[in-house]
Design a protein around this ligand. Structure first.
Ligand SMILES: NC(=O)c1ccc[n+]([C@@H]2O[C@H](COP(=O)([O-])OP(=O)(O)OC[C@H]3O[C@@H](n4cnc5c(N)ncnc54)[C@H](OP(=O)(O)O)[C@@H]3O)[C@@H](O)[C@H]2O)c1
Length: 326
């Protein structure tokens, strides 16, 4: 198939291109700058520079390239500063998930592209009632913390628009497996504490496993939503000390919930103490996908074993594994 990957130069896109090429697909990959385009070219895809927030340019590109399938992996989180206001950090990503998705779907419709796979997120989105591990059928939290509402709404918009168009939504776990994973520095510096009893759950996914699931999803018919997470959803009190140990860092500090709420805000406090994670049973059953790193326990060790202090954006190149010096 000719596959267009929007956001091909990012953390997941750069893992995805080689796997698509290996599978025999012809890949066109977009980024926003000539430097990123060069990274895409080196990985074996035809690069284009495209702003998903420019619907005319999106239409022109899709009609021009006539792909058989579109994969939407565009986010704007590379230089994200995580503050109390989650929605401010995610503002541009939210636009890519709403306006960007709509532009891609409109162009796909016009060009007669029926295969469409888009990135969403699995953790932190459900109400805690009824247990911490959720399936795709469990209801989403109707009352998320105020500072996350726009971000949660943007994911919901993407999921609804994509499935209504017959596409597939992949709710990935939290990515890890790159030398510039966002948590490396905070955990190393002991700035990512266990909050309260550390009962907030996370689902993790190694970037290579997320990419493998995406390749498989492209060969399935939608509409569908799949959680692409590992087999081991876990509370922060379990995974955070293991993450620190894998980095050779000191154990995480402990903060009471009230203090975390005061310093970092409600969203961070909720994530650390009562967030939910996800089950991958449906993806395994219907896609026949199995994560290579079934648990973050082995995955963190493999990713960070001899990890030096973290690198920069250049480390997105999968030719430089996470454990290589930055
Ligand atoms: N599930 C998760 O845990 C999750 C999901 C997403 C990201 N992250 C994390 O966030 C960090 C940054 O992510 P990232 O490396 O993927 O970088 P990113 O800045 O989020 O970029 C992702 C992709 O989207 C493209 N893009 C950005 N703005 C665009 C626009 N207006 N139109 C079209 N494409 C656009 C980028 O192009 P350029 O390269 O040209 O900017 C890149 O190809 C990483 O540590 C990653 O693991 C985690």
């Amino acid at each position: 198939m000719r596959v267009f990957v929007a956001g091909a130069s990012g953390a997941i896109g750069t893992r995805l291109i080689p796997q698509l090429v290996d599978r025999g697909h012809e890949v066109v990959g977009s980024s926003t700058s000539p430097e990123s385009a060069e990274r895409v070219r080196r990985l074996g895809a035809k690069p284009i520079v495209l702003d998903l927030l420019d619907p005319h340019a999106v239409r022109k590109s899709i009609l021009g390239m006539q792909p058989d399938a579109i994969v939407h992996q565009a986010t704007a989180l590379a230089d994200a500063k995580f503050t109390r206001n989650f929605d401010r950090t995610f503002a541009q990503t939210n636009r890519l998930r709403t306006e960007g998705t709509d532009a891609l779907l409109a162009a796909a419709r016009e060009a007669g592209v029926h295969r469409f796979v888009a990135q969403s997120f699995a953790s932190y989105r459900h109400a805690r009632d009824g247990g911490p591990v959720k399936t795709e059928d469990d209801p989403l939290n109707p009352a998320p913390p105020a500072s996350m509402r726009e971000s949660i709404a943007a994911m919901r918009h993407l999921e609804q628009a994509v499935t209504e168009a017959g596409g597939i939504v992949l709710r990935y776990g939290v990515f890890y497996g790159a030398a510039d994973d966002g948590l490396i520095e905070p955990v190393r510096k002991r700035r990512y504490p266990i909050l309260g009893a550390g009962g907030g759950y996370t689902s993790w996914i190694h970037l290579d496993d997320a990419a493998a699931a995406t390749v498989i999803a492209l060969e399935h018919d939608g509409p569908a939503i799949y959680n692409i997470v590992d087999d081991a959803p876990a509370p922060a009190r379990d995974w955070l000390p293991v993450y620190a140990k894998a980095l050779g860092a000191k154990p995480p500090r402990h903060f009471p919930r009230w203090l975390a709420r005061l310093i970092a805000g409600e969203a961070a406090a909720v994530m650390g103490t009562e967030a939910t994670a996800a089950s991958n049973a449906k993806a395994k059953r219907e896609l026949g996908w199995q994560p290579r790193y079934a648990s973050w326990r082995q995955g963190f060790r493999a990713a960070y074993a001899s990890s030096a202090p973290s690198g920069g954006r250049g480390s997105k190149d999968p030719a430089r594994p996470a454990h290589s010096p930055a």
